[in-house]
Design a protein around this ligand. Structure first.
Ligand code: NAD
Length: 497
């Protein structure tokens, strides 16, 4: 093992972590705290203030005041851009610390985390750029009886409640708070109880940028308490949620009281299609990492691998061989490619699906069991698992597992493969591996999903939209489409003659 960081960042050694409300770091009103655990070892790493309804009330009041009356209203697009650019510089300077925090708290391999620097900084700077690029439009109207000038204003929607999962703590924070800051909204952010630390550290850096008090408030805590209070709060104008379908449905119902706007980034069971003509040197590792990257804890992971019958046996064999080469281990080990699952709860859930897959009659080609050797016995490790001979009706082919488990199944013709790809109530990601441009275009048009990746997978760029069709939700992260959800459009009419 090559553990590259034994030292804990100062952030983790300075006592219980507090919440950010109205520019101050405060304890929970109840005084309650909860522990967060290193999933590579099962050891507690930090104690965090546990926000509940009263804390959410205080945070929403602060965000409301900052939006309705505070100096933030007078910030010009340039001033908001400056805040984001300063934040990007601060994150750049402290990036190694963030890599360590996320590796320790959610188990993402540290090498993979360090490689995310360009993406994370690019995203913050994209939102900075967009702060000065948003505008309404003048509209030619046809009103009879005079001359009328008509134009639109795009105005911030108000107080945003952001609720996120654990699997990409930094990117989730930026995806939700980048548009808040770019558009002039204010926010209450509830990180996942499994991964709150980098959100809180990002909050510390944000406070150094000169942002007014109350513009961004961060309330860690559990979904049933802090999350539910935020979702139903009458002082919140919009909820930006990422997480499971089940929670998304609860949030939608909770938001009905004051008809909040809601955007939902939910789960997936994404098809990844391999044609016999594909470049197998690209397709085998590409399809493997489309599912196993981040230990399968990716909403758009390519978990239904649909492979042309004529290469089905060969492809499975190569996929299993590649999967066995992936190094599964402690997230602080520089050589680790696949870290642990985030929690014991997630370990139990994924282990349950391994048993289910076997009992449904699928055949395990690699992985399939929790790793319990002495180095890994206390962590939550499941190795990359390939199930072959999976039938479309099996639960492992239909339900989101959120672990490193791929189900492979054969297909014979184009119509069948499109039908098979769409045979799910989800519609988030999808992949196609082929050298034939006609097949690629046909499936790009006919797969009902928010992203189609051809001869690649999981490509993300700040300027490209990401989001779902069907029960994978609505609304987009990044790209210009996202801003519509954070802005109201006002129509202005002026009689000019
Ligand atoms: P989850 O739905 O359990 O929790 C997500 C967040 O919602 C957490 O902060 C949680 O505390 C909060 N929450 C839970 N119950 C709540 C309630 N009643 N009211 C308000 N908030 C509540 O999801 P998870 O287990 O943390 O994450 C895994 C899920 O997230 C998977 O389904 C995955 O596909 C999805 N996900 C989607 C995307 C995407 O962009 N589409 C990205 C990452 C994860």
């Amino acid at each position: 093992m090559n553990i590259i960081a034994q030292e804990r960042p100062a952030f983790l050694t300075t006592g219980p972590k507090k919440m950010l409300i109205d520019g101050r770091w405060v304890e929970a009103a109840s005084g309650k705290t909860f522990e967060t655990v290193n999933p590579s070892t099962g050891e507690a790493i930090a104690t965090i203030a546990e926000g509940e309804r009263e804390d959410v009330d205080r945070a929403v009041a602060a965000a409301r005041k900052a939006f309705d009356e505070g100096p933030w209203r007078k910030f010009k697009p340039h001033d908001r851009q400056e805040i984001l650019l300063k934040l990007a510089d601060l994150v750049d300077r402290n990036f190694e610390e963030f890599a360590l925090i996320d590796a320790l708290e959610m188990g993402e391999p540290i090498t993979r985390r360090k490689n995310a620097r360009r993406r994370v900084l690019g995203l913050i700077r994209y939102y900075a750029g967009m702060a000065t690029a948003l505008h309404g439009e003048t509209v030619e109207n046809s009103m009879p009886g005079g001359d009328f000038t008509s134009y639109t204003l795009r105005e911030p929607v108000g107080v945003v409640g952001a609720i996120v999962p654990w699997n990409g703590p930094m990117v989730s924070w930026i995806w939700k708070l980048g548009p808040v800051l770019a558009t002039g909204c204010t926010a209450v952010y509830k990180p996942s109880e499994e991964a709150s630390l980098s959100a809180l550290r990002l909050g510390e850096l944000l406070c150094e940028t000169g942002i007014p008090d109350g513009v961004v408030n961060i309330v860690p805590g559990f979904g049933h308490a802090a999350g539910a209070a935020l979702a139903e709060h009458p002082g919140v104008d919009k909820i930006a949620f990422t997480g499971s379908v089940e929670t998304g449905q609860k949030i939608l119902m909770a938001s009905a009281g004051n008809l909040k706007r809601v955007t939902l980034e939910l789960g997936g069971k994404s098809p990844d299609i391999v044609f016999a003509d594909a470049d197998m040197e690209l397709a085998v590792p590409g399809a493997a990492m489309a599912c196993f990257g981040n230990t399968g804890q990716v909403c758009s992971a390519g978990t239904r691998l649909i492979v042309e019958q004529s290469v089905y046996d060969e492809f499975n064999e190569r996929l299993a061989d590649f999967s066995k080469t992936l190094k599964v281990g402690n997230s602080l080990d520089a050589e680790t490619q696949i870290g642990p699952l985030v929690s014991k709860k997630q370990l139990d859930r994924v282990s349950g699906y391994l048993d289910l897959g076997r009992s449904e009659g699928a055949r395990v080609l690699s992985g399939g069991e929790r790793l319990s050797d002495p180095d890994r016995a206390n962590g939550y490790f499941i190795p990359p698992t390939v199930f072959r001979d999976v039938k479309p009706e099996m639960r492992i082919a239909r339900e989101e597992i959120f672990g490193p488990v791929v189900s492979t199944m054969p297909f014979t013709d184009m119509e069948e493969v499109a039908r098979r790809a769409n045979d799910t109530h989800f519609g988030l990601g999808s992949g196609v591996w082929t050298r034939d441009v006609s097949k690629a275009h046909y499936l790009a048009k006919n797969i009902r999903a928010g992203s189609v990746w051809i001869n690649c997978y999981q490509m993300m760029d700040p300027a490209m939209p990401f989001g779902g069709y069907k029960m994978s939700g609505y609304g987009r992260e990044s790209g210009t489409a996202q801003f519509d959800d954070y802005l109201n459009v006002k129509a202005v009419w002026i009689r000019t003659a």
